[in-house]
Write a protein that binds this ligand. Structure first.
Ligand SMILES: Nc1ncnc2c1ncn2[C@@H]1O[C@H](COP(=O)(O)OP(=O)(O)OP(=O)(O)O)[C@@H](O)[C@H]1O
Ligand SMILES: [Mg+2]
Length: 324
């Protein structure tokens, strides 16, 4: 199957100059592609640079260095009015805290229709109303909700409004920045299922940002693991689960609880310490260690990781033989 790259990010750097002496390297040389119609998960602890990556891609910042190509078009440089429109219309964002991202003084109708108005997408007022009604239905709300204000809704409903607003301008690419972290666990699955259903129906491409792997593992096709502004490992969800190589990925995986008492009793949380890498003599590079599986590794780490892959493969072989 040939997959179309919708987004290509190459050596992206996003630095923030705090004062004369201090520069925060929020994103430091990150490379990844996102294919059309897939969910690309980005995980990592707080402050690792996930949101900054998303915000740089959507061009809320001017990247310090690197290339961003979206739908075959370079969007990393200075954008003119038409370029800005291309980016904002085709790339939308859904935020963690729907209350903070929805204007409390606007009705749901006006919140959802804002993008439609900006891009002149409605024929007339009736068309505008009908489009908003349809969007409300798409996200599991109804026409009566249109005249209400954000504070009249529950957290899950507000997130649905945020999703409807993002969908209104018919984007190709949606960045979901921790869209469920602020919601009750019981509501989280509903919102995730809605996002997945929308993807199936409309072939959306998602960048899904989260702290931990628990939900991301189930909804992502591929996952990038971020640490301190860098990607440390990238692969399909199954690949990372079966062949986790980087110690930070292993630590994230070991943090996922499972509803299995036996597993839970024996589950050991692996702690990650950056000092376990000795990069004083050899610099780490971003390499393809296995097909479609990338890792940040020095030369000696690469050797070690290749040995680990062989071991996992041997173990798999033994397991399959036992089954027979
Ligand atoms: N506008 C900014 N100016 C200065 N520093 C910033 C700015 N935005 C982010 N940072 C810094 O960049 C680093 C990465 O922040 P970012 O918000 O991308 O992390 P994150 O992975 O999204 O974290 P979280 O999981 O907490 O949302 C942090 O050290 C943060 O303080
Ligand atoms: Mg963030």
């Amino acid at each position: 199957m040939s997959r179309k790259k919708l987004l290509e990010v190459k050596n992206l750097k996003q630095y923030f100059k705090i004062d004369k002496k201090t520069t925060v390297k929020a994103v430091d040389d990150v490379t990844f592609d996102i294919f059309e119609g897939e969910t690309f998960g980005l995980v990592g602890e707080s402050g690792s640079g996930k949101s900054t990556t998303g915000r740089a891609v959507i061009r809320l910042y001017h990247p310090t260095a690197g290339e961003i190509t979206f739908d075959g078009r370079d969007i990393s440089g200075k954008l003119n009015a038409e370029g800005k429109k291309f980016v904002t219309k085709n790339m939308q964002m859904i935020f963690q805290d729907p209350m903070a991202s929805l204007n409390p003084r606007m009705t749901v109708m006006d919140i959802i229709a804002e993008g439609l108005d900006i891009y002149g997408m409605c024929k007339d007022k009736e068309d505008r109303t009908q489009r908003v009604y349809k969007l409300l239905k798409t996200v599991g709300l109804n026409e009566q909700h249109a005249s209400r204000y954000p504070h009249e809704f529950s957290g899950g409903q507000r997130q649905r409004i945020g999703i409807a607003r993002a969908l209104a301008v018919e984007p190709k690419f949606i960045i979901c920045d921790e869209p469920i972290s602020a919601l009750d666990v019981s509501i989280q699955a509903q919102v995730v299922n809605l996002l997945k259903k929308l993807q199936k129906d409309f072939n959306y491409t998602y960048l899904f940002i989260a702290h931990d792997l628990s939900m991301v593992k189930y909804i992502s096709d591929r996952i990038g693991v971020m640490h301190c502004g860098q990607l440390v490992e990238l692969g399909s969800a199954d690949e990372l689960y079966e062949y986790p190589l980087h110690p930070y990925t292993k630590s994230l995986l070991s943090a996922i609880p499972l509803p299995d008492p036996d597993y839970e009793r024996d589950r050991v949380r692996i702690r990650y310490d950056m000092n376990m890498h000795d990069y004083s003599k050899e610099q780490p590079r971003w390499i393809e260690i296995k097909e479609d599986h990338f890792i940040l590794a020095s030369e000696s780490e690469e050797v070690k990781y290749r040995e680990e892959i062989e071991k996992i493969e041997e173990l798999k072989k033994i397991k399959s033989e036992i089954k027979i």
